[in-house]
Design a protein around this ligand. Sequence first.
Ligand code: NI
Length: 260
Amino acid sequence: MRLERSTWTEVEAYLERSTGILIPLGSTEQHGPGGLIGTDALVAEGIACRAASHGDGILVAPVIAYTPAQFNLAFPGTVSLRAGTFARVIEDVVDSLAGSGFRAFYFLNGHGANAAPLRSACHDIHQRRALANPPVPPLRFRLKSWWELPETDALRRRYYGAGEGMHATPSEISITRALSRVPQTERTTAHWSPLSAEQLRDRAGDAHEDAHAHRAAFPDGRVGSNPALSSAAHGKALLAVAAREVAADFRRFVEEEPGP
Ligand code: NI
């Protein structure tokens, strides 16, 4: 069930059964010469909607596609929110939905740089609600990046090994190929080199430098990935596994919720 395709009466009926909601998080940033600008948003939304199709127990909110991505601003088409702006967006979305009665917020993430500011935003929401007078019900949050789902992670490693890299990865580009038009990967075939262990360690969680240094370090936008390995068939398989894992993880998360 998708929020933007539901009526308020359908949402009211859903809230009788569940107070959980799944919010996909993406980005609007370059994904190498062959990848789509909206890759992270398309992938998170695609997995979320596929998970929701496993039954009527999952309500999916519209994807949040504008997020922090300053390190890619030197590439045309990238849009980045400041971390504080992103936190306000999260806060307003959560407050609105909490006002409707939602209590369990599952963020399905498609962009590594969202994790730190999302956790910071959730920290501040918890603090504000803990100190509210009169008291307000507590909320619960879960952040899951799709590539951390164990079976999905194993599959992408089996398909791509070191060629998965960190950005414009063949796994995410495979999923966009399964979901939408086929990006041109030919230009990315040449000059592929894996990241060193040191680079992988230092850049974990999208801990990149400023936009100009980032483009100088990674001139075509990829970060250690070989998207030429991507295929729509891989994307279909990755989507199916990830959707199944998200549906199960969402249900476990919501079932932990105390009754109204
Ligand atoms: Ni991405």
